[in-house]
Design a protein around this ligand. Structure first.
Ligand code: ATP
Ligand code: MG
Length: 871
């Protein structure tokens, strides 16, 4: 069965069982502080499990893109070495939100696997939770056991411990026992030797888990205790690639049609055959896997970068480059060349790949090239370290520096060292790594209390589109403590005018006032798992009262100007540059806006002016806001609204229109474009290959901008004697300046030449020694230069020069080396002794020495006394 059919059969099976089929959510999460990427099928539905919202249908099914490379689920280091863990994989799932429970979940899983897919019952095992005698003291899941035994022989039902058979969402939240389904795809001969039963959950590559059915029936509280959930839920996840392996009768996920096209392409590029040599095979699997993870992330709007989710993506790509570099001998960029075949094979199920193929290729290629340069530099540094190594062990600190500062991978360091017969102090390296981890953990440590519920009001209503003030009641609150911010409170109200950070727009600030006149400031507003959370430093005194909640209207208004301008800018860019322009991120603050978009080259001055003019024309056009709330997504799209890749939209959306600009947007906007007053671009530059960034300002910020520019201009003009043509005047000044510099250089050269020939003619012969004592108008370097120049022409010189500089005295003494030897003269001694006349001291070498002092008036006397050395 082709992989495409495997996927569609799953979805149509659950559609028949009355499930709504939904597309995969984007992989990068936006309003969940505990998770960077979707790592299981349930993550996009977390808000429903937490009771923060209600799905339209209580039964849902989908195939969800998952990434397991950080946090609780991190399979990165396995990938390539085994045949069934990936970074990115698809999880097929069916959900019940307070609807059906264990009975149906088990019956349907069995029906689908054995009847629809026709998997032989004799290769299946299932597990159930055995119970626990720890603090939770949970009973065995006999319910599940009893349902299973209707379908499968009891000796194939295995009891599992808490680690394998009890699923928890995190430290807190919904949890419950689970039943896993495992397959044994070994040969009959192997099976005769060892029973599959003994290999379940033992990391055997042919006895693997394919499906996990989670029965959510408890809630874990912050103090660690469990309570029963009022609504019980089903959450299942089946690994799509593993299922394909079973149905295609192969022994490895990499031998399914999900991966073989990629592997064939890598074979061609690398001129290596898959299956001939283990190290090369690992590298090929790593690359085939990682290119998917990176391509899907970029398609979902997450570019590689230096922080957060972007850094995780960068590390995955670098891991692939490194394996190619080391085991396939690929020293130039090549991974980007796999994007073509990937988008051909998967573009149907995931159109975002096809639509953004060019961008994905550009970004990967640039990232590869830049890392290959890093590797080159790292190799040079590593060679230096090797040369400097005295014994045959390279210190962990040095290796760590290479790793941390230059991004040079540690396993590559170890490999290269071993090739050179050296050892790496691995323990030292691990210690350094641990120290760094401790530092960053300490900085981000945070504790969160349980919510205190005042009254249960499930539907928190946002009224901030229509009003900036409302009378609100506190429904729940909790304390959070972080190293960075200290103690803070999170408040949730029944209704709120505060806009929570989202869609690029910052969260509202403002205050709460109770009837006694007590005021609490709201410092920020954010959305977490669909709940609007207000951050305060203190808890209000009278928590059960009704508060007046007031949004900072000035900040909101400026932010709205920038948000509406962002939409107009998006429209302008597509108009001026072309419809290949797509939004790739935005930040809408009260002071400025930032907009990232796909485009391949720097904008010219003319293009920037056209864009600015386009936006300003719409501002002058006084276009009114036309807002449509809760309309079906299809209707908005039909009207011309663009949906963005990487955004999660509900069934109904909000459409924002100003003239011809229509966007799906949850943010807040001005009532009329005229409110923006004016739009000004302040910078344009590159963020990554094929992604540009514009920063711009509106309204008051533009006034400030012009005011400041104007002030600078008049200050400058003033300095230029109020000339009518300041630019010309500046050019003249610059030219003049350059000419003067040139003249000074020539003059100085002439002067030095003159001084030298003058001095030569002034030399006195005293007892066969060429002597001169003189005050010069030169600095220390100039004097040294003159002395050495004369010194190269005579071998019997005794020179003593004085100079006054910045109120200080300087004495320099030069004695030809021949004289130093024959006459026992010493310049160091001379300046030390003469130094007393200038109230200072100094020293140097026997043939040249200098002294500095604070009494320039004594220079002349010192020069007179110098002659005494020769008589
Ligand atoms: P394993 O023990 O094999 O790592 P798991 O217990 O981590 O699996 P779950 O978290 O229960 O897996 O995820 C549900 C299903 O998703 C698994 O049964 C498996 O088929 C699939 N799966 C999990 N992790 C991966 C992965 N890294 N790559 C591919 N499929 C995976
Ligand atoms: Mg796992």
């Amino acid at each position: 069965m082709k992989s495409q059919d495997v996927r569609s059969k799953f979805l149509s099976f659950f559609k028949e069982k009355k499930h709504s089929i939904v597309p995969s959510a984007p992989m990068v999460l936006k309003d969940d502080p505990t998770l960077m990427f979707v790592n299981s099928g349930m993550a996009p539905f977390k808000e429903y499990f937490l009771g923060n919202g209600q799905p339209k249908n209580s039964r849902i099914s989908d195939s969800q893109k998952c990434l397991r490379v950080s946090g609780k689920h991190n399979d990165l280091e396995e990938v390539g070495y085994d045949t069934y863990h990936h970074t990115l994989f698809e999880m097929l799932g069916n959900w019940s939100f307070g609807d059906y429970f264990k009975k149906e979940a088990i019956a349907w899983a069995w029906e689908l696997l054995t009847e629809v897919y026709g998997i032989d019952k004799e290769i299946l095992y299932v597990t159930v939770f055995e119970g626990s005698d720890d603090a939770d003291s949970l009973p065995m899941d006999t319910e599940a056991y009893d349902f299973w035994k209707q379908y499968i022989a009891e000796d194939r039902i295995l009891k599992g411990n808490k680690k394998d058979n009890f699923w928890e969402m995190g430290e807190q939240g919904p949890c419950g026992p689970c039943s896993e389904i495992h397959v044994d795809i070994r040969s009959a001969e192997e099976k005769a030797k060892v029973s599959g039963k003994d290999l379940v959950n033992q990391d055997h590559p042919q006895v693997v888990e394919i499906w996990n059915l989670v029965f959510m029936q408890y809630n874990r509280k912050a103090n660690g205790s469990l309570e029963n959930l009022p609504d019980k839920h089903i959450d299942t996840g089946m690994g799509f690639e593993r299922l394909c392996m079973v149905l295609q009768g192969v022994q490895s996920n990499y031998d399914t049609d999900v991966f073989t096209p990629l592997i064939r392409e890598i074979e061609t590029i690398a001129k290596k055959k898959y299956g001939e040599q283990e190290e090369a095979d690992v590298a090929i699997r790593v690359i085939a896997d990682h290119v998917r993870a990176v391509a899907f992330s970029i398609a979902d709007g997450q570019l590689p970068s230096n922080t957060g989710a972007g850094y995780v993506i960068r590390r995955i790509l670098r891991r692939a480059v490194r394996y190619g570099f080391t085991f396939l001998d690929k020293k130039e960029a090549f991974i980007y060349r796999l994007v073509d075949i990937l988008s051909k094979k998967m573009g149907k199920a995931f159109p975002e790949l096809k639509a953004q193929k060019q961008l994905i290729e550009n970004v990967i290629k640039e990232e590869e090239q830049s890392f290959l340069r890093t590797l080159d530099q790292g190799l040079v540094l590593l060679n230096r370290i090797v040369e400097e190594t005295k014994n045959d062990i390279v210190s962990g600190e040095k290796a760590f520096e290479l790793y941390d500062t230059y991004g040079f991978p540690i396993d590559l360091t170890a490999l290269i060292l071993s090739e050179k017969g050296l050892k790496l102090d691995e323990k030292g390296f691990d210690d350094e790594l641990q120290k760094q981890k401790n530092r960053s953990r300490a900085a981000s440590e945070m504790s969160t209390d349980d919510w205190t519920i005042l009254f249960d009001d499930k539907e928190e209503e946002f009224v901030g589109y229509d009003t900036l003030e409302a009378h609100v009641k506190l429904t729940r609150y909790r304390k959070i403590v972080s190293k960075k911010e200290g103690e803070m409170y999170q408040l949730v109200f029944n209704i709120t005018p505060f806009y929570p950070e989202g869609g690029g727009q910052v969260g509202d600030k403002g205050y709460l006032e109770d009837t006694h006149g007590d005021v609490i400031y709201i410092l920020d507003t954010k959305k977490e798992n669909n709940v609007i959370i207000h951050f305060t430093k203190n808890l209000p005194k009278h928590i059960e009262e009704t508060f007046k909640a007031v949004v900072d209207s000035k900040q909101r208004y400026r932010t709205e100007c920038n948000h509406t301008a962002t939409h107009l800018l998006h429209q302008a860019l597509r108009e001026v540059l072309g419809i290949h322009v797509e939004q790739k991120g935005s930040a809408v603050h009260s002071k400025y806006l930032r907009f990232d978009f796909s485009h391949f080259s720097k904008l010219t001055v003319e293009e920037l002016r056209d864009v600015e003019n386009f936006v300003n024309a719409r501002i002058e056009g006084k276009l009114p806001l036309i807002e449509k709330r809760n309309i079906p997504k299809e209707e908005a799209i039909a009207e011309g609204a663009m949906s963005l890749f990487g955004e999660k939209y509900g069934d109904t959306v909000r459409a924002i229109r100003f003239g011809q600009s229509i966007e799906l947007c949850g943010g807040t906007h001005v009532k009329n474009t005229a409110d923006i007053w004016h739009f000004k671009i302040v910078s344009e530059g590159a963020v990554a290959a094929g992604i540009r960034r514009i920063e711009a300002i509106t309204n008051d910020a533009v006034k400030d901008f012009y005011f400041e520019n104007n002030r600078t201009y008049f200050e400058m003009k003033d300095l230029l004697n109020n000339t009518k043509e300041p630019v010309k005047a500046l050019q003249n000044l610059q030219e003049e300046n350059a000419n003067l510099k040139k003249q000074i250089e020539t003059l100085l050269k002439d002067k030095a030449k003159n001084i030298k020939s003058e001095l030569k003619s002034e030399l006195q012969d005293i007892n066969g020694i060429q002597f001169l004592a003189k005050k010069l108008d030169l600095d220390a370097a100039g004097i040294k230069d003159v002395a050495f120049e004369l010194g190269s022409q005579f071998d019997n010189l005794f020179l003593i020069f004085g100079a006054e500089q910045n109120g200080k005295a300087l004495l320099s003494c030069y004695i030809s080396k021949a004289l130093v030897a024959s006459k026992e003269l010493n310049a160091g001694q001379v300046v030390r002794e003469l130094g007393k006349y200038i109230q200072g001291g100094g020293g140097g070498q026997p043939f040249f020495a200098t002294a500095g002092g604070k009494n320039p008036a004594g220079i002349d006397e010192a020069l007179v006394k110098a002659k005494d050395y020769l008589v």
